[in-house]
Design a protein around this ligand. Structure first.
Ligand SMILES: [Zn+2]
Length: 301
């Protein structure tokens, strides 16, 4: 009996001495990047998502819980292009965590892998423009997701070399399935080409560029600036010459401006999930893009 216990103790000690494969602690600024890490890393990563698709990611409080998550993180994946300028620098600085400082291998910005559009010719934050480095919302075009995925898989392999082969294998599988889905979405979205819309914020510029949807006006006078009565009236005037078919807003946005416009222009509002989790059907990257394409096609009919 004593020998048996001793054997068990020795075995237990040996097991504890084996290097535990702790999952990579990942801090994802936005849900789409958290979802992409889950695709590429599976169980190899434990993802902490800093925000949800129902929050305005331009304006997030650097809460103590977020700073604590930044302290624990081995790897950080964010949008960049100044989207998180109001809160991410606080998280990295206050975390005191060298692994996720800008320039470290554990600091990954998705927008580095995509050519930004709507880059202002004149940089001026004083007018309240929250897109001073260009439009940061690259996640809405699945072709951008594909580019980011390639960069992210390589970076995960570099930060966690023991599992490099697994990240590359998972990436190859994801990339193949994603490419197939892109082809399907392109076919399904064919009726959207040339459809005119009014948009609240410049949230879906990449998606609309891909699908050939034409945005005739924005409810915000500038990205991040609240719609004013005067500006809304200006946009409404555009309806007389080149009428939009519907008005689009992301689900996290205050609905009032879009509802006002809908009422006065006599066109419906289409509410789109801005990321994974933006509505109950958008549970991962695939179902989220299904939603974007499906809701737009339905509204265009
Ligand atoms: Zn924005």
């Amino acid at each position: 009996m004593r020998i048996a216990i001793k054997t068990i103790l020795i075995a237990a000690t040996l097991l504890c001495a084996l290097p535990a494969r702790a999952a990579l602690n990942v801090l994802a600024c936005e849900p789409e990047w958290g979802a992409l890490v889950r695709e590429l890393a599976g169980d190899l990563a434990k993802v902490y998502q800093a925000t949800t698709a129902l929050q305005d990611v331009h304006h997030i409080q650097a809460r103590p819980s977020l700073i604590a998550a930044a302290r624990r993180a081995d790897f950080l994946v964010c949008t960049g292009a100044e989207l998180e300028i109001g809160w991410l620098p606080v998280l990295t600085r206050e975390s005191g965590n060298p692994a996720i400082q800008p320039g470290a291998p554990g600091y990954f910005e998705a927008t580095r892998y995509v050519t930004l559009i709507e880059v202002p010719t004149r940089l001026d934050r004083s007018e309240g423009d929250v897109h001073p480095a260009g439009n940061p919302h690259v996640q809405t075009d699945p072709r951008s997701i594909a580019k980011v995925a390639a960069g992210l898989a390589e970076r995960l392999a570099a930060v966690d070399p023991q599992n490099a082969a697994e990240y590359r294998k998972r990436y190859a599988s994801f990339a193949a399935r994603w490419q197939q889905a892109i082809e399907r979405w392109s076919r399904e979205a064919a009726p959207l080409k040339g459809v005119r819309v009014v948009e609240h914020h410049r949230a879906f510029s990449y998606l609309f560029g891909w699908l050939g949807v034409e945005v005739i006006g924005y409810l915000e006078p500038k990205p991040g600036v609240e719609p004013s009565a005067g500006h809304l009236a200006e946009v409404l005037k555009l309806q007389q010459t080149r009428p939009a078919k519907f008005v689009v807003r992301a689900s996290y946005v205050d609905p009032r401006a879009a509802e006002w416009f809908s009422e006065h222009a006599g066109i419906p509002v289409v509410v789109l999930p801005f990321s994974v989790g933006g509505d109950e059907r958008a549970t991962d990257l695939f179902t989220w893009t299904d939603e974007l394409v499906g809701l737009l096609v339905k509204a265009a009919k």
